[in-house]
Each structure stands twice: as structure tokens, then as C-alpha cells.
Design a binder for this molecule. Structure first.
Ligand SMILES: O=C(O)[C@@H](O)[C@H](O)[C@H](O)CO
Ligand SMILES: [Mg+2]
Length: 381
């Protein structure tokens, strides 16, 4: 079997899919994308495809090495995401060729269900409470909320109180048997995060995500030492080498993204690395159905897995959502807040190829919002 063709599809709301076809007709799908930079990753996939065409798709490890390291310059979001999507498609092809799910290829299942969480928004506590209640009624046992949008480097008492009030509203709607995770997005200074973590700790968050920016891993040990809130990070880290410092710093939850951190191959390695630090895996995934399917395959085979992000109900624009490109949406219904393991081959989903081809014809030009503080200065996140 040889790789015959690699195609990419720029599909709303903000994703990029790749389809790899073999000469004997087996097809695998992947999702190589960086939010806001989809066209750049598309170009990277096209360059990497030059090497792949004519090769045996089952040699995933060797292809991963060549694609990740053979260009001399390594790592970073664009290359690692391009490799990630290709890697997902090669695992999908391998599973389909052998008639087994990817989690079987990864050593077999260690669990039958995977707990997933839903995102909730809302600036006002009452609105947030409504959103949490709606997700609880939809079956979810865990949600994630933003700590805040634009925050000044050090918040006023009122701004700090507003964050606490919103987390408290979520906690009240959830009760003591469900979980709330709080995403800081690196938008707070470490000093502000330290103060806010102290205030929200009694509300028992599942974890605090990106408590500082990814390039400030050296500040994490101080936060770990001064807070009882488990810290999480990883959506903007792209491989084992990037995770080593944050794991060494003592984070509790590693959050590689299956579409950013080198795909199934590299995320399983990151999971093993995290295990040696006693840390758990909670893959980032505000992305599409293929990234989520890849995440779930890893979750079914990873002992130190905690919880899975997914984008049901997040509408980056009105044109499409998580379910738009699937023949059968059942795998992502999450009626009881869980994904259920199946024996379907490869990534375990059926992509609606005609819907993908049609969506690519209009494409998208999704870009990250640029935020500014009240004084006009750039607000980084
Ligand atoms: O944890 C999350 O899902 C967010 O931080 C998103 O990754 C961010 O809004 C960019 O897509
Ligand atoms: Mg995040």
C-alpha cells in the first residue's frame, strides 16, 4: 500500500482537514490546524506531502521522524500542527487497513468511557449560572469557564471579586459532585494570578489553566508552591521537549492538543512523560471532529487520562460546528457527559466527504480577535 494523494480542506468555522488516500483505496482523515493560521498550516502540509506521496502509510513512526526532524528546523505551532494532522490520518489509515480502532493499536483500551467537559461563558454571574445549568441538564458533569477577558496586569478589588463571584456562581449551579475548570489564558500577570488563585481555591476548581503565558514556565514553580489549585497548561506547547519544563515545574494536568502537538504519536509520548511526574492528561480540543476523535482514541488507551475538552455548543461562527462534517453524529452526543468506546476502525468516525468538499469551496478566514485594554494598549493572551 502506498500513499497516493494528500488533500487539504479549509472548512468553517475555523478548521483545516486533511485527507490521505492510498493506492488501494483506504482513506484516512486528519485535522492539521492552528486557530487563526489555517492557511499557513495548509501550506506546510502541502510541502510535507511532497515527501509522503509514494511511501508506505503504515510506517507512521518513521514518517513522524522525517517530517518533524528532517527539515533541520523543528517544533513550533505550524510545523507541529501540520505533522499532527498527517499523523492522525496515518493512524486512521492503519486502523482501517487492519480493521481495528486506533486505541487497539496503542495497546488496547484502559477504559470504556471518557469524561468530557463543556465550555460555558457569561460575564454576569446569573448568565453563567444559566449556562452551567443548561450543560448539567444536557448531561455534563464538568464545565470550563474563562477567568476573565481583558484583565489589567493587577486587578482592582472589584475586578478580583468579579472573577470570584463568577466561579462561585458556577460552583453553586454545579453542586459538590461536579467540576469547574477555570481558564486564565495567560491573560493575568503572575502576580494577579497568585492573588486570584488564593481567592478561588475554596471553590475547589478542577484545575486552573494557563495560569501564566506558555513562555513563562519558569514562574510556575512559585505558583505551584503557593496555591492548592491544580495547575494545567499545554495548548500552546508542541512536543515532549516543551512539556518537560512545565512538568518539572509541577503542573498537575498536561493539556497537549492532538492537532498542535505532533498528533497521536507525540501526545501518547507526552502522556507517558507526564505519568513519570504524576501528572494527568487532559487534551485541549476546541477544534473539529477529527481532532476530537483522535483525542478520544488516545484517552481510551492512556492510564493517566483525566478529562477531555470538546467544542459542542461553542459557535465560532454560525456556518458550522462540531457535528457538521460527520455522517453519524452519535459518537459525539455525550448524553451522559461521556464518550463511549466503540470498535469502529481507525479514528472511529465517518467523515462526510461531500460536506467537507462543499465547505472548502467557500472556506473561511477566521482570525483571532485583537484585544486592547481601556487605555488602548495591546492586551496579550
Ligand atoms: O482552552 C481553550 O479551549 C481556549 O484556550 C482556546 O484554546 C482558545 O480560545 C483558542 O482557541
Ligand atoms: Mg485554554
Amino acid at each position: 500500500m502506498k500513499i497516493a494523494r494528500v488533500e487539504t480542506f479549509l472548512v468553517p468555522p475555523r478548521w483545516l482537514f486533511c485527507r490521505i488516500e492510498t493506492d488501494d483505496g483506504v482513506v484516512g482523515w486528519g485535522e492539521p490546524v492552528v486557530e487563526g493560521r489555517a492557511e499557513v498550516v495548509r501550506s506546510a502540509v502541502e510541502v510535507l506531502a511532497e515527501y509522503l506521496v509514494g511511501k508506505d502509510p503504515l510506517r507512521i513512526q518513521d514518517h513522524w521522524q522525517v517530517l518533524s526532524k528532517g527539515g533541520f528546523y523543528r517544533g513550533g505551532p505550524v510545523l507541529s500542527s501540520a505533522v499532527a494532522g498527517i499523523d492522525q490520518a496515518l493512524w486512521d489509515i492503519t486502523g482501517r487497513a487492519l480493521g481495528v480502532p486506533v486505541h487497539t493499536l496503542l495497546g488496547g483500551p484502559v477504559r470504556d468511557t471518557v469524561r468530557v467537559y463543556a465550555w460555558v461563558g457569561g460575564d454576569e454571574p446569573e448568565r453563567l449560572k444559566e449556562e452551567v445549568t443548561a450543560q448539567v441538564e444536557a448531561g455534563f458533569s464538568a464545565v470550563k469557564m474563562n477567568a476573565a477577558g481583558r484583565t489589567p496586569p493587577i486587578g482592582s478589588p472589584a475586578e478580583t471579586a468579579a472573577v470570584v463571584e463568577r466561579v462561585a456562581a458556577a460552583r453553586e449551579a454545579l453542586g459538590p459532585h461536579r467540576d469547574v475548570a477555570v481558564d486564565f489564558h495567560g491573560r493575568f500577570s503572575a502576580a494577579n494570578t497568585r492573588r486570584v488563585l488564593h481567592e478561588i481555591a475554596p471553590l475547589h476548581p478542577l484545575f486552573a489553566e494557563e495560569p501564566v503565558l506558555p513562555e513563562q514556565a519558569h514562574l510556575l514553580p512559585g505558583l505551584v508552591a503557593t496555591s492548592s489549585v491544580p495547575l494545567a497548561t499545554g495548548e500552546r506547547l508542541y512536543g515532549r521537549a516543551d512539556f518537560l519544563p512545565v512538568l518539572t515545574a509541577g503542573i498537575a494536568v498536561a493539556q497537549p492538543d492532538l492537532s498542535h502537538a505532533g498528533g497521536i504519536s507525540e501526545v501518547t509520548r507526552i502522556a507517558s512523560l507526564a505519568e513519570t511526574f504524576g501528572a494527568h492528561l487532559a487534551p485541549h480540543c476546541p477544534l473539529g471532529p477529527i481532532a476530537l476523535a483522535a483525542s478520544l482514541q488516545v484517552a481510551f488507551a492512556t492510564p493517566n487520562f483525566l478529562i477531555q475538552e470538546q467544542s459542542r455548543g461553542i459557535h465560532y461562527n454560525k456556518d458550522a460546528d462540531l457535528l457538521s462534517y460527520l455522517v453519524d453524529t452519535e459518537p459525539f452526543r455525550f448524553a451522559d457527559g461521556q464518550a463511549h468506546r466503540t470498535a469502529l476502525p481507525g479514528l472511529g468516525i465517518a467523515v462526510d466527504e461531500s460536506a467537507v468538499r462543499a465547505a472548502d469551496r467557500s472556506g473561511h478566514a477566521w482570525r483571532n480577535p485583537v484585544w486592547r485594554h481601556a487605555d488602548g494598549s495591546f492586551a496579550e493572551w
